[in-house]
Design a protein around this ligand. Structure first.
Ligand SMILES: NC(=O)c1ccc[n+]([C@@H]2O[C@H](COP(=O)([O-])OP(=O)(O)OC[C@H]3O[C@@H](n4cnc5c(N)ncnc54)[C@H](O)[C@@H]3O)[C@@H](O)[C@H]2O)c1
Length: 313
């Protein structure tokens, strides 16, 4: 099959592109190489994909002409591109443009195609709000610009399904970690601080936060499992993540144990909108997609430490 992956130069998009290609699909990536974090990291990911026969075209879904993207037909779109995170440096416009308007422009470009691809929207547990432990049918209560705009994008995509204009599904991912994890996220930052003798910024109260920290290959298993299951996935939302819960404090000690280094901590004020607890309820994904994430935190973090040492030490 021919598959378009948006945000292909990013963390999860790059891993998913590789997996889809290994499965025998023809994968085309697009990414605007935004400077939310070091562009060199995205270029490194795109280079790795290129070596595996996956092109990543520089396209900004907010401004570039998208009709030309669809000159060739696609069977699936995996839509990863987004303004992620809850950094104070990101403005409301960043979230609105890259999460909502970019998705609307994509839907607009697809609506009139004769052969419409199945649209897999990549959403987030942040849609649920400060406590993300629920099933997919409970009312979302997002508490950040990120969560609100990702919810709006998800519902926009599903509205097209409800109106019978195309087929789609939305996957709500829970705290993903592993090789290529974004530098603004917990584990890449912890490993960097440990190995490079920097102080780790610990946001007030965050050591007690509980998370379904999910290894990236376990997330990719769930994402690619939607292929060929249109009868059960069209118009549906699925939570994807591990049922194992770990606190940030456990995350810190696990990295310290792997590195055999005590990490210096710099205490920072709490971040508004930071989730207190996420625990993926994956009953629906288990039943309908056969989803079964298995990687333990320590095992996944060892792989992430190896990746970091191979690339940055
Ligand atoms: N990382 C996580 O733990 C996590 C958890 C839940 C959901 N998600 C979702 O997964 C997806 C990927 O997240 P990630 O952590 O890999 O982030 P990422 O920032 O590494 O990847 C996103 C990519 O999208 C690109 N992009 C942004 N705006 C664009 C635009 N207008 N046009 C084209 N490309 C654009 C960026 O350059 C980046 O390479 C996002 O939709 C995010 O909301 C991530």
């Amino acid at each position: 099959m021919r598959i378009l992956v948006t945000g292909a130069a990013g963390f999860i998009g790059s891993h998913t592109s590789e997996r889809l290609s290994e499965m025998g699909h023809k994968v085309i990536g697009v990414d605007n190489f935004s400077d939310y974090y070091d562009v060199k990291l995205k270029e490194l990911n795109a280079k790795a994909l290129f070596k595996k026969g996956i092109p990543v075209h520089k396209t900004d879904l907010c401004v570039d002409d998208l009709a030309s993207l669809f000159k060739d037909r696609f069977d699936y779109i995996f839509h990863f591109s987004a303004q992620p995170g809850i950094a104070v440096t990101s403005t409301f416009k960043d979230y609105l443009d890259n999460n909502f308007l970019a998705t609307q422009r994509l839907m607009d470009a697809i609506e009139d195609l004769e052969h419409k691809p199945f649209f897999v929207n990549i959403a987030t547990s942040s849609i649920y709000g400060l406590y993300a432990t629920m099933t997919e049918d409970e009312a979302p209560k997002p508490a950040s610009w990120y969560g609100v705009t990702k919810l709006a994008a998800e519902q926009l995509v599903l509205a097209y399904s409800r109106r019978g204009l195309l087929k789609s599904a939305s996957l709500r991912l829970y705290s993903v970690y592993g090789p290529r994890e974004r530098p603004d996220k917990l584990y890449t930052r912890l490993i960097d601080c440990g190995l490079n003798d920097k102080a780790f910024p610990l946001f007030k109260g965050s050591e007690k936060h509980l998370r379904s920290f999910t290894y990236v290959q376990d997330i990719v298993d769930g994402i690619v499992s939607v292929i060929g299951k249109e009868e059960v996935t069209n118009g549906e939302i699925f939570n994807l993540g591990t049922e194992q819960e770990n606190s940030t404090a456990t995350g810190i000690t696990t990295v310290e144990d792997i590195l055999q280094i005590k990490i210096k901590i710099e205490h920072k004020p709490a971040r508004p909108g930071d989730q207190s607890r996420t625990k993926a309820n994956i009953d629906k994904a288990r039943k309908l997609l056969g989803y079964n994430p298995t990687t333990r935190l320590e095992e996944g973090l060892r792989a992430q430490v190896d990746w970091f040492k191979d690339n940055f030490c």
